[in-house]
Design a protein around this ligand. Structure first.
Ligand SMILES: Nc1nc2c(ncn2[C@@H]2O[C@H](COP(=O)(O)OP(=O)(O)OP(=O)(O)O)[C@@H](O)[C@H]2O)c(=O)[nH]1
Ligand SMILES: [Mg+2]
Length: 257
């Protein structure tokens, strides 16, 4: 069965980075996988949309006003479904994440081994992350591990893959961010999570979205709210995206395009 993968990029004023990201997204690495690119423009005031289209974005959804990363990812999930995605991929538009590793991240879904895959920087390689950011990542990831009673390495990754059911059922309860609350929501609903090592390189253009104070004052209460509220387990179709259980001969990562 052919799988339509939609890679969506939440983007706010990323005119200097988004072109390179789109260029590096592998499109043709398996005959039964079709890849499209969707940009969720979070009220950008620069040339983000123009550049994205120039570099081959298939779809663009624009918020007229800036809404926040949580809202942008929520829209990415729902709009990918509306566009007919079987599998959704969230990828930051700031060119910090290795778009070329997309096949490796899809692999667990295509083998029926996971429903939600996170690219893990701490299992892979990290270039240029400052110490305070690193410590912040450790703390928030440790908190998630405690709450989930499941060991994870990188709870704040900007590169993730979702099964169709994960896209349908994943809830993001605040507009500011999605990273922790979405994982807590999906895992509590019974979705199988897997981390795949990725190579990460800190951004060289644009501005970081994460501000320490805003992060602590909005993310921590949202984590508590998410973990306290009841969620229903989902009956998961574990083979929804299976291409093959055995190694796939033509499933070769395009390391560069
Ligand atoms: N700055 C900003 N970025 C947003 C917003 N909405 C969506 N984004 C996108 O969210 C993604 C992640 O933003 P980053 O600034 O890289 O945040 P981060 O990766 O958590 O922080 P860094 O580790 O410093 O990069 C990027 O693709 C942004 O373009 C917003 O309102 N402001
Ligand atoms: Mg980033």
């Amino acid at each position: 069965m052919k799988q339509h993968v939609i890679v969506f990029l939440p983007a706010h004023n990323e005119e200097h980075a988004i072109g390179e990201v789109i260029k590096q997204i592998p499109r043709h690495f398996h005959s039964n996988v079709r890849v499209s690119v969707l940009v969720i423009d979070d009220g950008s005031t620069d040339r983000t949309v123009e550049v994205a289209k120039h570099y081959g974005a298939d779809y663009v959804y624009s918020f007229t006003e800036n809404q926040g990363l949580g809202a942008a990812v929520r829209k990415g999930l729902s709009h990918s479904l509306e566009l007919g995605a079987d599998i959704g991929v969230m990828l930051d538009a700031d060119n910090e994440y290795p778009a070329w590793q997309l096949p490796e991240l899809l692999d667990p879904l295509l083998r029926g081994e996971a429903d939600y895959v996170m690219g893990s920087r701490f299992k892979g390689t990290i270039d240029g992350m400052r110490l305070h950011r690193r410590l912040g990542n450790y703390c928030f990831t440790f908190l998630q591990s405690l709450l989930l009673q499941k060991w994870i390495y990188d709870g704040q990754s900007g590169m993730r893959v979702f099964s169709k059911q994960a896209m349908e059922h994943g809830e993001i309860i605040h507009d500011y961010n999605y990273a922790q609350v979405l994982t807590l929501n999906l895992v509590r609903k019974g979705f199988r999570v897997k981390e795949v090592p990725i190579a990460y390189q800190v951004r060289s253009t644009g501005e970081s979205y994460i501000k320490f104070k805003a992060y602590v004052t909005s993310v921590l209460p949202a984590i508590m709210k998410e973990i306290m509220r009841p969620v229903e387990k989902v009956k998961i179709d574990e083979n929804a995206h299976v291409l093959a259980r055995n190694p796939i001969p033509d499933f070769v990562a395009e390391k560069s395009q």
